[in-house]
Ligand binder design. Structure first.
Ligand SMILES: C[S@@+](CC[C@H](N)C(=O)[O-])C[C@H]1O[C@@H](n2cnc3c(N)ncnc32)[C@H](O)[C@@H]1O
Length: 267
């Protein structure tokens, strides 16, 4: 696990990632299509987590292509290997902040989703990723931006903003950047890539499983760090968790899932 990585690697977190991947899968597929992903291509997914985009790319590039999923945490890689049935995929351990991937070859698509908020030095990571790009290839970066008001809940529920604040505090304490989403465009332009960017804000409808549960589930993944740093005491944690579970049952409420930035940089 990356030192201080706030979401950990519990079985529950892997389940949350798979659930979240269902919500964002269409936006990742759309970006990959825009980046001209094709059969036979070589692709790499940095910070692959449970591997949902790695598997998506593997289906698209087919048997004549090759996809590498990369993660710093062996526990995620073990999970990916255990669920992956495709023969054109492999999973490799690397820390993109201090990368050793230079001998792995070059790729038509270098992809990463939900990694950049966790990184101390985003420019260094982008430079390492650029070294993996083939001439004519594309880098696709997707990340959230957790600014004040971006977790909009209507009708208002104070637990949602309280959870955003806890998450933002944890990201900052671990050296990450809760506002990384908005910075993707600049990061790619600064690497002289021909860049485009889009921004979305998906709505989680409360009362509609499974996505209504993403709030209390992320709180469970954050629990060890919340307790370690004393951001909430046990009673406060239990009360907020209970309230978020209650909100998830509302028939009328929705919560916007921050802002989701999707940037494509071409060589
Ligand atoms: C929030 S998860 C996102 C997983 C996946 N990309 C997705 O969209 O579902 C972030 C992943 O990045 C990995 N990670 C964190 N820091 C990393 C680093 N420095 N190098 C490589 N992977 C890292 C974590 O272990 C975790 O699996």
């Amino acid at each position: 696990m990356a030192p201080g990585y706030v979401l950990g690697n519990l079985v529950k977190e892997i389940k949350r990632l798979e659930m979240q991947a269902g919500l964002f899968g269409p936006l990742s597929r759309e970006a990959l299509v825009k980046a001209d992903i094709k059969k036979g291509m070589r692709c790499i997914d940095i910070g692959c987590g449970s591997g949902s985009v790695t598997r998506m790319m593997s289906d698209i590039v087919g048997r004549s292509g090759r996809v590498v999923g990369v993660d710093i945490d062996e526990k995620y890689l073990e999970y990916c290997r255990s669920v992956s049935t495709q023969s054109n995929v492999e999973f490799v351990r690397d820390n993109i902040s201090n990368s050793n991937l230079d001998s792995i070859g070059s790729f038509d698509i270098v992809f990463s989703r939900f990694l950049f908020v966790h990184l101390r030095d985003k420019s260094k990571a982008v430079r390492s990723m650029k070294r993996l790009l083939k001439r004519g290839g594309a880098m696709v970066l997707q990340e959230l931006d957790h600014s004040v008001g971006s977790w909009l809940c209507y009708p208002d529920d104070k637990n949602v903003e309280a959870l955003r604040k806890v998450y933002v505090a944890l990201l900052k304490k671990s050296g990450g950047d809760p506002l990384a989403g908005r910075k993707l465009y600049k990061l790619l332009v600064e690497e002289s890539l021909n860049t485009s960017v889009d921004c979305y804000s998906p709505c989680l409808l409360m009362g509609h499983e499974p996505y209504s549960s993403l709030g209390w589930r992320i709180m469970e993944s954050l629990r060890p760090q919340i307790m370690r740093l004393g951001l909430l005491n046990t009673r406060q944690y239990a009360e907020m968790h209970r309230n978020l579970k209650q909100l998830a049952k509302s028939r009328v409420a929705y919560v916007t899932y921050a802002r989701f930035f999707s940037a494509i940089g071409r060589t």
